[in-house]
Design a protein around this ligand. Structure first.
Ligand SMILES: [Zn+2]
Length: 307
């Protein structure tokens, strides 16, 4: 009798357990980590996967400078155990929300990880927020972020150490690959001219001079003066190509191309570069690392091979 009761109790517990497993929410009880950009997700994922669910607020092709939060973002922030954002006002409209003392989630601002000499000033008031274009700097930011997140996510120290070593190896390899690609461009042609100045960190890391029509924010205006200034520069330096970024009209650079043609200098528009977000699935630039690789390839093709 006693054995029968014990067996029935065991069967009941087993059934309850199976029911609970079947009805558990997808992803189990892992904490939710919200990142504002996909570049942050791609950097963090190798370090925190299996210990957290990751949700990105800004999807492929989003412009973080002008992004406006949607209702789904607010509930994601409410449900999150941690929020990781870029800082240096990259998330323009969302900055006050992300830095609000009312935000319940543990928050990590990546720009805090940058040493003063590592941050590039954008103007008298702000620093340039596009530091994901320096993979070594980005890796250091990810390490600092995960050190803060590890206790919350209960990542064991040995796992963390192993994962950091793997990410370091990956980032060093990526850095070397981009460096080799840029080195195929003759030194005098290592000039990156774009509409929106997202590439200062990239330029500093890989020895490219960087100049733009618009400045560091896509919300800034540019006009005749900026166009003429770039035309004069291109003609004087005999630069073969200029670039636009995804999400921006290639027409922005047409005035520069026409201005150069009027002075007898043939200027081409290189392939579109990925600046503030990776591309859509299937673009071969749909992650942080592949957008760096693709940009380096486009730059080398346009600047190394044209007359
Ligand atoms: Zn930008």
């Amino acid at each position: 009798m006693f054995h029968q009761m014990r067996f029935s109790l065991f069967a009941l517990l087993l059934l309850l357990c199976l029911w609970a497993c079947k009805n558990a929410p997808k992803g189990g009880t892992r904490p939710l980590v919200v990142t504002t950009t996909a570049m942050i997700r791609d950097g963090l994922e190798p370090l925190i996967k299996d210990y957290a669910e990751i949700q990105v607020l800004m999807g492929p092709g989003s412009d973080p400078h002008s992004y406006r939060p949607v209702p789904g973002d607010l509930s994601a922030l409410e449900n999150a155990q941690a929020v990781v954002f870029n800082g240096f006002y990259l998330e323009g409209n969302m900055t006050s929300m992300l830095e609000s003392p009312h935000l319940q989630a543990f928050s990590v601002r990546l720009s805090d990880a940058l040493a003063p000499q590592a941050a590039i000033p954008a103007d008298g008031y702000h620093y340039d927020p596009h530091f994901w274009f320096d993979p070594i700097l980005w890796m250091q930011c990810m390490f600092q972020a995960v050190d803060q997140l590890a206790p919350l996510l209960r990542i064991p120290q040995d796992t963390l150490h192993l994962r950091k070593e793997r990410l370091k190896k990956f980032c060093l390899g990526l850095d070397q690959e981009v460096m080799c690609r840029i080195e195929t461009i003759p030194v005098r042609r290592r000039v990156l001219l774009t509409v929106h100045d997202a590439f200062a960190y990239f330029g500093r890391r890989y020895g490219l001079e960087v100049k733009s029509l618009q400045g560091v924010s896509t919300t800034a205006e540019f006009g005749v003066f900026e166009v003429q200034d770039m035309v004069d520069y291109v003609v004087k330096q005999s630069i073969p190509a200029v670039f636009t970024e995804t999400g921006q009209s290639r027409r922005s650079m047409e005035a520069v191309v026409r201005g150069c043609a009027a002075q007898g200098h043939q200027l081409i528009q290189g392939a579109t570069l990925y600046a503030d977000a990776p591309g859509p699935e299937g673009s071969l630039a749909d992650t942080w690392s592949s957008m760096l690789q693709k940009n380096a390839l486009h730059l080398a093709e346009s600047l190394a091979s044209n007359p």
